[in-house]
Design a protein around this ligand. Sequence first.
Ligand SMILES: Cc1ncc(COP(=O)(O)O)c(C=O)c1O
Length: 388
Amino acid sequence: MKLPDDDAFYVYDPNRFLGDFYDFSNAFSGFSECVLALSVKTNTLAGLLRDGRNAGGWAEVVSEAEYRYVRALGWEPAQIIVNGPAKTEMLLAVAHGERALVQIDGFHEVEWLASRTDGVFRCGVRCQVDLDGETTSRFGFSIADGSAHSLIRALQALGNVSIESIHVHVCTSRRSAADYAAVVRQATSFIGSLSLPQLRFLNIGGGFLSAAPAEFRSQFPFQWTSFKEYATAVRRAWPDERLGLVVEPGLAVMARCLSFFAKVVAVKHVSGRQMIVCAGSCYNIKPSKSVRNFPLVRHPCGRPQVPMESADVVGLTCMEDDILHRGYSGSIAVGDYLEFQQVGAYSLSLKPAFIEPTPPVYRYSESRELTQVMPQQSWQHMMRYEDR
Ligand SMILES: Cc1ncc(COP(=O)(O)O)c(C=O)c1O
């Protein structure tokens, strides 16, 4: 593969994305209806989202910007799920106006619905469950303290709401299949205590692990869970075969399809520390600054190499902790490219406008050629500069 000339760039692999998308949805087959709604905030790349839509995915959005974006990408309102704790009047007006499925996370949304007399609105209710050892989520309404019940009573009293889904999103510290079984059981008992004639879905949100390689898994303090193990646990706890399932995976299906390439700019040995300085930043691959290493591949440029032992791969910013990879041992040459693999989740979408614009994005063709699908961000766009 011939690499582009850019000092830093991303490469999107559609085959890898679709492979993970289908593996995930096939694992969850066997439900009367199973909807996979892609978490748009996890990776906003238009080509990826279009691939997901063409594969039958719905879109899960949390803002007016995301809503308008997925409409522009071709999603019909009926296949858009609207979450988010602070939906604006405009988002409510547009999404409800087009009859998207809006999952309620605040009483201000009930007030908005109460003020409307123009038809029936499709709603879900975001609920919280109690899970052992986990802190209480700030999203949704508690099943245990009765606030979810009160919300549903308030909605039913309006007379213009069709409650189509009960939604619980968790992202637990162990990401285990047992957590999802507990979610399903608690949501099921809640549903059983209500009369919800229009209920179509139990939506169990996102928070699932990806099919990461062993070298990545070994950096986590818990046992890994596969798509099949999640699906089996959910299926076993499932209450009623007529009830449809919605999943909202982000990381699980989007992490593995994106690589970040950065050119090696300098090699330093200072005060006993070995460093490889590259033309990227931790913000390009892990804006959370996690200390975990992504799988790393070196693309040699052919120049003379130097041996490195336990080196830090450091970034172009002024932050001391701008470290993209820890403990690199092997050869390196200035001019080589380092490929940080499996960085598709919350990288492009969370990169701050800090020091350098976002690099261009390329896409693999069927013959593994690279085509640019998103240009390098301009400094004007990054700095929001206007000549006036
Ligand atoms: C409601 C909801 N659904 C889905 C997701 C996607 O989560 P993940 O990327 O962990 O799968 C999130 C992430 O915050 C979320 O808040």
